[in-house]
Design a protein around this ligand. Structure first.
Ligand SMILES: Cc1cc2nc3c(=O)[nH]c(=O)nc-3n(C[C@H](O)[C@H](O)[C@H](O)COP(=O)(O)OP(=O)(O)OC[C@H]3O[C@@H](n4cnc5c(N)ncnc54)[C@H](O)[C@@H]3O)c2cc1C
Length: 390
């Protein structure tokens, strides 16, 4: 089989890249080791920057997003039995974020790909990118029990943190930076109205908590748990009790509880692999970088990467210019590191670290208090939260 761009991974990065390339008349094939129904069952990100919404709009994916997405122009920081609203719109000249689940974006992308008749291969095994340092790269895999080779001009490694693309790069060609946090997020999804129409980020002596939502009738809540915690140890009742214990009383009293229909633990990690281009192989999204979800940046960074790479590929096929492809890694990494810094800062500000003593706790509370009194400090938070421009 031959195509122009072989895309490994059918998450938001791979599907969005495929959608933009197809729109520009560039042939592509998406391959994924997972089944389609499993991809649609994954519950992950939900806060979209304006730049992300613009890229999705340009790719023709805005209809349901604008119909069902919730516009948020602020959120609350809760600590010390009080909460303070960060006025995103007021601090950034009218900018906001949109709450629309990653599951919904993935559904929209899969539907669009199928409507356009673009080829995707699911449930494949042993995906390996080859010869990307030469002129004729190709991908091998097992599909329906038979070996398949996809010859291509370029390979896009959109296969997440545990994928095959980054692993195919010789370690000597890559530098990795990593911080693993000593805790994770236990998340619960329930068909109950959210406690507030805006997100609440809570710093509490018992640990961090986040109140978020997927819609006006579906809530997504998180509590910080120690690394290695088992989800089986958390009944719904235990989760609801712990969530309420970490919120200021006026919020805790208003939490509507109900049976969960998804509960999982996500470990927290910061990770960056540099560079993001190796000859004709490009790493995109989680394949190249991971951020803790505190700043709501993982999905948004993936969309930023796709934006830069699709520009470079379109330029290559339209004008024969290599400039965009040559600039891809530096442009993406410049944005990535700012989001890595912001996500690390939000995580450090809001979580209780096991090794932290009374001094560190006082510093956290002083910084939170500073954010409530200084417009300059709050503006830094708001500007990063709504997303740096690209
Ligand atoms: C549990 C969890 C919760 C999260 N919560 C948030 C959040 O609240 N906010 C936020 O901003 N971000 C969050 N994220 C991060 C966000 O979901 C990711 O940044 C986003 O999914 C990145 O998209 P991607 O397409 O690059 O990678 P992925 O979504 O990981 O997609 C990669 C795809 O590649 C496929 N694949 C993997 N290995 C192979 C292989 N060897 N061969 C072929 N295919 C392969 C996978 O099946 C998958 O479909 C969360 C992530 C996780 C795991």
């Amino acid at each position: 089989m031959r195509t122009q761009v072989a895309i490994i991974g059918s998450g938001p990065s791979g599907l969005l890249l495929g959608q933009i390339l197809s729109g520009a008349g560039i042939a592509n094939v998406v391959v994924d080791r997972t089944r389609r129904d499993h991809i649609l069952a994954r519950v992950r990100a939900g806060v979209l920057e304006q730049g992300t919404v613009r890229v999705l709009d340009q790719a023709g994916l805005g209809a349901r997003l604008h119909n069902e997405g919730l516009i948020h122009d602020g959120f609350s920081l809760a600590f010390d039995e009080r909460d303070h609203r960060i006025d995103l719109a007021g601090l950034t000249g009218g900018k906001h974020v949109t709450v629309y689940g990653q599951t919904e974006i993935t559904r929209d992308l899969l539907d669009a790909r199928e409507t356009d008749g673009m080829l995707s291969l699911y449930d494949v095994e042993d995906v390996v990118p080859h010869d990307f340092d030469g002129e004729r790269p190709y991908v091998t895999l097992i599909h329906d029990g038979k070996p398949l080779r996809i010859d291509c001009d370029f390979i896009a490694g959109c296969d997440g943190f545990h994928g095959a693309s980054r692993r195919a790069v010789p370690p000597s060609a890559m530098t990795c930076y990593e911080r693993i946090y000593p805790f994770g997020w236990l998340g619960l999804l329930a068909e109950v109205p959210p406690v507030s129409h805006e997100l609440i980020y809570a710093n509490h002596a018992r640990g961090f908590a986040l109140c978020s939502m997927r819609s006006l009738s579906r809530s997504r809540y998180y509590v910080q748990v120690p690394a290695g915690e088992k989800v089986e140890a958390w009944s719904d009742q235990r989760f609801w009790d712990e969530l309420r214990a970490r919120l200021p009383r006026h919020h805790a009293e208003k939490v509507t509880t109900g049976p969960s229909f998804e509960k999982s633990i996500a470990p927290l990690r910061s990770f960056v692999a540099e560079p993001m281009r190796f000859g004709r192989l490009f790493l995109v999204g989680d394949a190249a970088h991971i951020v803790p979800p505190t700043g709501a940046k993982g999905l948004n960074l993936a969309v930023g990467d796709v934006h830069y790479l699709s520009e470079g590929l379109c330029e290559h096929y339209r004008e024969g210019s290599e400039a965009g492809l040559e600039a891809y890694s530096a442009r993406a990494l410049s944005r990535v590191w700012k989001a890595v810094r912001f996500s690390w800062w939000m995580t450090t500000l809001l979580h209780r670290f096991p090794e932290a003593g009374a001094f560190e706790t006082k510093i956290q509370l002083a910084e939170l208090d500073y954010l409530t009194h200084s417009r300059a400090a709050a503006s830094m938070l708001a500007e990063n939260y709504v997303g740096l421009s690209y």
